[in-house]
Design a protein around this ligand. Sequence first.
Ligand SMILES: [Ca+2]
Ligand SMILES: [Ca+2]
Length: 380
Amino acid sequence: MRHLILKIILVILVLAFSAFSNAEGFKTPSLPNDPDLPKQWGWFAIEADKSYTSKYTSSYRGEGIVIAVLDTGIDHNHPDLKDNIIKGWNFVDGNDNTTDLDGHGTHVSGIIAATVNNGIGIAGIAPKAKIMPLKVISERGGSWLDLDGAIRYATANGAKIISMSLGGKMSPAFTLSTSLTIKTAYYNNVTIIAAAGNEGTSSKLYPAAYSNVISVSAIDKEHNKAEFSNYGRHITFSAPGVNIYSTMPTYPVFLTTEYNYSQNYDYLNGTSMACPFVTGIAALLLSKYPDLTPEMVKDTMIAQAFDLGGYGFDPYFGHGLPNAYKAITGMPIPEFEAFDISIFATIVVLIILFSTRARIVKKVSYSPIIHTCKTRFMPI
Ligand SMILES: [Ca+2]
Ligand SMILES: [Ca+2]
């Protein structure tokens, strides 16, 4: 009888273990079923496939991370985006209608956070992140004042990342204002990423050229710098920006009617497309380590980036191509510089204090008693 009970318990345990090990969480995910995945060379170039399928990283997909996309708005009804959009604001018209009438903002948003494994279209890099569409560009372009307002709005409303696939040459009057707005966002722990520009020159475009902004140049499928991509010492990373397949509005917009791009999905070129690749990886990293500062986000991605071109940092590729898998499997890089300086400064101050005190004590202790009157003045 006792043996029978033991056997029954054993069988129950084996069945339970078998059910447990087959549970969803213990399976290594296979590649997602999005049919246009083969068109997304950039998704594979940053190893988003490895990040998606590895048991070490597959649970970090941008959960809890709000990304403000400062652009032309978004198609709120696109089947590959509609679940990942939160309320935004239209700074051009001063209302809450952030419908994309151009196509650019919808394309950028799909690269970052298109729904993955839903059997349609493409796969985003951080599909559990939420896009906050902030419309700052109309068919007439955008104003720096609107950009400032959008950066402040994003910071005040919980965005962890601001992604700006836009830029221009600043007039001195606006340089200070936008620079201060960006600094404020940065010190409120918002990671700020911007496209370097498409003039194919080393001329600086803002906001990418600000020191608190991660600046992104573009590469093609062969890892060559895209001909159109700007470059210079201010480039932080290089990311896919040629023949990038992503979401387009499901209704006619400027890019489809004036330039014959397709509705629903199409290819675009630009550092505007490279910027959201870096944004997506930053979102993956922040979903694992939500408390990282913008400096730590940048340094951790730098430490795990794939070097391109000349050895180490160079003005064409910056620190290279960031990696969606390695960025979240490597240890976060602490803020060494700030840490070291504060410790160093403390040590120097302590040494000065102790050496002064030692001199004083030494002098006092060696002062003969007969010179008591003089010892009163020794500390001076
Ligand atoms: Ca999809
Ligand atoms: Ca290099």
